[in-house]
Design a protein around this ligand. Structure first.
Ligand code: FES
Length: 273
């Protein structure tokens, strides 16, 4: 069992942060890796990327959006409650090197995934430009943490309630026009990552994305997380979760993510009944 040590609601209760006791995972985890958890014995297995790890305290931090039955159930758990099992760390860590200037752009709970990667690139001596965005000020998450993890930092909101009034891709474009950028890391909802990649492609800047495919085993056996990258079938759990964004078939990924919507709705209706 994995005990919840702290709990915080963010983005008007649509996102929850749990710090969880998981010493073995905390010891090994690297930026970009994820875990697969089950809330209880009959629970589905869901992948979540770690927003933070503390090997000394033996904890991992998970930040998740309430999107369906499992995350709704997780939201009901309080400090002192426990998750049934957590497997990890899984997936390949982000390849972090000293390459020059890196733009780390995130949206939604993708910011939680982006945070350790941003910090990792800065610690490696890169100039890191952090850009995060949300629909409005209330939905922004990890603003302070991302600011601390970046060399330069910008915020944007769709309604202008905080920072730049507009999309993160506008800020990204300005950066790409004004300075040499060696790598862009874009993590967020699929349409956002697709848009980031269409912008960076125009400037021929390598771009990494982290794919939130549906997963079951997380070890490359079930095929559930398959994605098309450069025309090849890849498994997000073992070949990723990060891929060259210019080669990812985002439309195929969106279709697969929507593949169980009817079942998810039935499950949610039963949960709330
Ligand atoms: Fe089963 Fe990736 S989750 S192959």
């Amino acid at each position: 069992m994995f005990k919840i040590l702290s709990r915080r609601e963010m983005a008007q209760g649509t996102v929850v942060e749990n710090v969880i006791e998981a010493p073995q995972i905390a010891k090994k985890a690297k930026p970009g890796q994820f875990v697969i958890l089950r809330v209880n014995e009959t629970g589905e297995r869901i992948p979540l990327t770690m927003a933070n790890t503390d090997p000394e305290r033996g904890t991992i931090t998970l930040i998740y959006q309430i999107v369906g039955k499992t995350t709704s159930l997780m939201k009901t758990l309080q400090v002192g409650d426990a998750l049934m099992d957590i497997a990890g760390p899984l997936g390949k860590p982000t390849h972090i090197d000293n390459i020059g200037t890196v733009v780390c752009i995130g949206g939604g709970t993708g910011v939680a995934v982006l945070h350790p990667i941003t910090r990792g690139f800065k610690e490696m001596g890169n100039k890191v430009i952090g850009i995060i965005g949300a629909r409005n000020k209330e939905l922004l998450i990890m603003e302070d943490e991302m600011k601390a993890a970046s060399t330069e930092f910008e915020v944007c909101t769709d309604d202008g309630s905080c920072g730049y009034h507009g999309f993160g891709t506008d800020l990204l474009k300005k950066r790409l026009e004004s300075e040499k950028v060696d790598l862009v890391v874009g993590i967020g909802p699929v349409p956002m990552m697709k848009f980031v990649c269409s912008v960076t492609k125009q400037y021929d800047v390598p771009t990494l994305v982290s794919l939130n495919a549906i997963m079951v085993d997380g070890t490359g056996m079930c095929g559930c997380c398959r994605v098309s990258v450069g025309g090849d079938t890849k498994f997000a759990c073992v070949d990723g979760p990060e891929f060259d964004g210019h080669k990812v078939d985002f439309d195929g990924l969106s279709q697969r993510l929507a593949g169980y919507m009817a079942e998810e709705k039935v499950s949610m209706d039963r949960f709330t009944a």
